[in-house]
Design a binder for this molecule. Sequence first.
Ligand code: RET
Length: 268
Amino acid sequence: MQGIVPLEMTQTEVFQAIQDNGLLASSLWINIALAGLSILLFVYMGRNIEDPRAQLIFVATLMVPLVSISSYTGLVSGLTVSFLEMPAGHALAGQEVLTPWGRYLTWALSTPMILIALGLLAGTNMTKLFTAVTADIGMCVTGLAAALTTSSYMLRWVWYVISCAFFVVVLYILLAEWAQDAEIAGTAEIFNTLKILTVVLWLGYPIFWALGAEGIAVLDVAITSWAYSGMDIIAKYLFAFLLLRWVADNESVVSGMASGLGSASGGA
Ligand code: RET
């Protein structure tokens, strides 16, 4: 029986299959631990921030480990993992492949937070922020569709290409639009560091998707999971730490910066 419902497996069995694969399970548990520590550290780092725009950057950034701890709890419990039968044409055709689809779903919540924080730091206007966030959500949801499509191998890659098209929009805004805005806002130095970190790491996700079990399957499920977990550690926790440390030390720059969104306090 083919489909996205793992008919033969209960959630307990999926949970057991994950725990039995030590390499896979450790890639998930380590992120739960790091997300928990990051939440505590970030709350501490942001405790004295008073400027509304700096607070908004702080809240968006804090959401990243909060979504992450929820995401990894869903994965480790087996709730958001299914064994899906791959279609003809796939390297593992006919086999039930462990698919951690919860990752792609929760990226639709975590990655917009990263972009909101970066956009605010760059002094974005509403149009660019809206475009970046909606394209990013489009990228994650169509990536989810690629992973869940079991009817046709070709259509998995069609979804993949659509997702990449959304990704190009996000990259354009990061590299061209916001890089320029950050110059005007006076935040170019920190923005450029975070931009490079983001662009380089985010490019890794579609590469590992394509190489992993969802794509051409040259990498095993546990290795792919570690690749994502490793990239997550840098793209989320290190990213958030660098951003929050800068915001906490430069609150006056943030409150006085030129921004296309106007004042965050609602006044003139
Ligand atoms: C997919 C597959 C389809 C093509 C593309 C992808 C891009 C994913 C990206 C994910 C970034 C995730 C992050 C998560 C941190 O919380 C969906 C893998 C383009 C860029 C940074």
